[in-house]
Design a protein around this ligand. Structure first.
Ligand code: NI
Length: 192
């Protein structure tokens, strides 16, 4: 089942999400729905707050990007294989490496893409779907997507990284998104 994605302006996107326990109701179904929602909206990552659940869970699939011939031709990416994973109760332990810029977007903020600088590597602790604790280091675009999704659990959005003037210039577009005055081809819920 695809879930509606909450648009910028909904307070759930600004909440600090909470850890869950293995007995979280219908967890398997929820994760299936997260995948379905992410793929049907052509996203590479989706965090639970984006479907109105303030819990520490996100899914991501960076394989999609690395498998994309067009992107490969642009020479933007290395030959990293990418990952497809569910992150539960994630906690970033360390960010490292040089910061690099990438033009990011977000399913909750449609039609806006902006350059964001982030460190190259992330050391993260999380639980997999069997609730086994994992500790892994990710780099490159995979690490970037993880940082973007992780930010959603902290109530943070990629536009928060923009310089005040740049953000001011986007204000009109952001207000339109809040009010639902934006054309999108996936299911969204607007707060006003
Ligand atoms: Ni996002």
């Amino acid at each position: 089942m695809t879930l509606p994605i909450v648009a910028f302006g909904n307070p759930v996107l600004r909440k600090i999400a909470k850890d869950i326990t293995p007995d979280y109701p219908d967890l398997k179904k929820f994760i299936d729905d997260m995948w379905e929602t992410m793929y049907s909206s052509k996203g590479v990552g989706l965090a639970a707050p984006q479907v109105n659940k303030a819990i520490r869970l996100f899914v991501m699939d960076s394989k999609q990007i690395f498998d994309n011939q067009e992107e490969e031709e642009k020479g933007t990416y290395s030959d990293e294989p990418g990952i497809r994973k569910v992150f539960i109760n994630a906690k970033i332990l360390e960010l490292s490496g040089d910061e690099w810029v990438y033009n990011e977007g977000c399913l909750s903020i449609p039609k806006i893409r902006e350059d964001v600088y982030r460190p190259d590597a992330v050391l993260i602790e999380y639980y997999n779907t069997n609730f086994e604790k994992q500790k892994e280091l990710f780099t490159g675009l995979t690490a970037r997507i993880i940082q973007h999704e992780y930010d959603h659990l902290e109530g943070k959005l990629f536009i928060d990284y923009l310089k005040p003037l740049r953000k001011k210039m986007l204000q009109g577009k952001l207000t339109d998104i809040t009010k639902g005055k934006v054309k999108i081809d996936y299911k969204m819920s607007f707060s006003k």
